[in-house]
Design a protein around this ligand. Structure first.
Ligand code: ADP
Length: 484
């Protein structure tokens, strides 16, 4: 099968969250199963300096607002999967992927509309006729729209079907209706059956409504987003398409997150000495009291309401009264950062804050912690808890979305427990869960058994890759049906 994988971020080239990890790993798994996969991403500032990409000499052109815009095509690879970067200086040669400190870039619709349109032109340049184009999140939402309008009668794409994955329904790509005109798209798309969403145009809606099959990244999230509580206004749209909407749990690349490959204090399930050394080193690095006995609770997260910071702030005094240390690595919301920085000054030996997006440091957090905190308001899949499991840092999570599908609490099933979970989105529920986890931690022999079990669990991409292949085939059937 020929698969074009379109993503606004791909690890290791550009990353703001889990989408990049998925885009860096799933295509590799699909290729391993014998398929011809190609990835397309924008050429953001710095990517070509840090990674080996070659100039292909190809240029793709699309018309935007009556002007011809063009991108040079650069080529590199993740493992042996070809990656094409679309290099448009004005759109992508900036600091930040979607925005800067001041907020989102005002021309994001234009930037990512261009990205989608140019990706289709790229296929033609390469003479690569995709059986399926797999788009991700609102940045790719216009791609199926172009295919069903601008390219509807283009023989090149007659056999091309689309699958669209929602990685986070919280980001919907809202823009004024005028953007349709910019891309030469019919004005009638500004309609309930089209891209219209409460007076705006939603690019995410474009992806959901115009793709042949829609997926999201866990079964539970797939059910949740069809309810008003988690649907963010999309529940009706999604319920209407429930027979083409599927949950596929993300995997984790075990080579990327391997405690045996830690540069400083490697360890494995049979020999946990390195983990203890990593904990001491992290305590030292963060200025926490160096103490092997005290449970170290860690968190690596975007600083965003989604990740449950309201609960942590509400529970703060009780949290600090527990016999624990807490270390947070976070980037994002500046106000949250300032409030946690103030708390770090108040509790210097007990709580440490590290800011910025720092993958090496995140590894030391995952490796050195005892418990990993993830009390998300909602969580489509969540990769952080899977990474934490690999390092034997047992997750304490809210039972929602992918967290509900991956973390088993001893109260649910003692034999298969790998962490702790609570359901009500309240501070007391979080504290009660954490207190229970601490009680388990105090019985070290049992704790280590649970750790070893967690470390041995595999959430590989293989299962997901097979499932996506089935769904690509289904998308092909849907597409053929629609064209009859
Ligand atoms: P989301 O995509 O919603 O941010 P996920 O759990 O799916 O959440 O993925 C988050 C990914 O980003 C993980 O790989 C996590 O380690 C990483 N990450 C989040 N915040 C930081 C940070 N401040 N520094 C380094 N890595 C981070």
């Amino acid at each position: 099968m020929k698969i074009l994988f379109l993503s606004s971020e791909v690890a290791p080239f550009a990353k703001t969250g889990g989408l990049a990890d998925v885009a860096g790993a799933l295509p590799k798994a699909l290729q391993k199963l014998g398929h011809d996969v190609r990835i397309v991403m924008p050429a953001y500032r710095g990517v070509t300096q840090r990674f080996p990409f070659v100039v292909t000499g190809m240029t793709v052109q699309v018309t935007i607002g009556g002007f011809i815009e063009q991108a040079d095509v650069l080529q590199g690879a993740v493992a042996s999967v070809p990656v094409y970067l679309l290099d448009h200086q004005d759109y992508f040669n900036r600091d930040g992927l979607y925005g800067a400190v001041a907020g989102d870039f005002p021309d994001n619709a234009e930037r990512f509309g261009f990205f989608c349109h140019a990706a289709l032109e790229l296929c033609k340049w390469l003479d690569f006729v995709p059986d399926v184009i797999h788009g991700n999140d609102w940045q790719c939402g216009l791609l199926p729209v172009f295919l069903q309008t601008t390219y509807r009668t283009d023989p090149f794409f007659t056999k091309t079907c689309t699958l669209f994955t929602i990685h986070n329904l919280g980001y919907q790509g809202h823009f004024p209706p005028e953007i349709l005109h910019l891309f030469g798209l019919p004005a009638k798309l500004n309609d309930l059956d089209g891209l219209e969403f409460y007076g705006s145009i939603s690019l995410l809606k474009g992806g959901v409504v115009f793709s042949d099959v829609v997926t999201t990244v866990s079964d539970t999230y797939c059910r949740e987003i069809q309810t008003p509580e988690y649907g963010y206004g999309f529940d009706g749209i999604l319920r209407a398409r429930h027979n083409r909407l599927f949950g596929v749990l993300n995997g984790l690349d075990p080579d990327d997150w391997d405690p045996q490959r830690l540069p400083d204090h490697p360890f494995n399930a049979a020999d946990l000495a390195g983990k203890a050394a990593g904990k001491a080193a992290l305590q030292r690095e963060l200025g926490l009291a160096i103490d092997a006995e005290i449970p170290l609770l860690v968190m690596v997260s975007r600083l965003d309401r989604q990740k449950g910071f309201e609960l942590i702030e509400e529970a703060w005094d009780e949290l600090m009264a527990l016999p624990i240390q807490f270390a947070l690595l976070g980037s994002g919301n500046r106000e949250l950062e300032a409030r946690f920085a103030a708390r770090a000054r108040r509790h210097p030996r007990r709580f440490a804050l590290a800011t910025g997006f720092n993958e090496d440091l995140s590894r030391r957090f995952y490796a050195g912690g005892d418990l990993f905190l993830m009390p998300s308001l909602y969580e489509p899949c969540g990769l952080s808890q899977l990474i934490a499991l690999r390092y034997g840092t047992l997750p304490v999570v809210r039972r929602t979305g992918g967290l509900a599908d991956t973390i088993v609490d001893p109260l649910q099933d003692a034999a298969y427990a790998n962490g702790f979970s609570f359901l009500p989105y309240t501070a007391p529920a979080l504290l009660a869960c954490l207190t229970r986890a601490l009680a388990h931690f105090s019985v070290q022999k049992e704790w280590q058994t649970m750790m070893r079990y967690a470390m041995g669990q595999e959430f590989t991409w293989q299962i997901a890759a097979h499932r996506y292949l089935e769904l690509y085939r289904l998308a092909g059937e849907v597409n053929r049906g629609n064209r009859k």
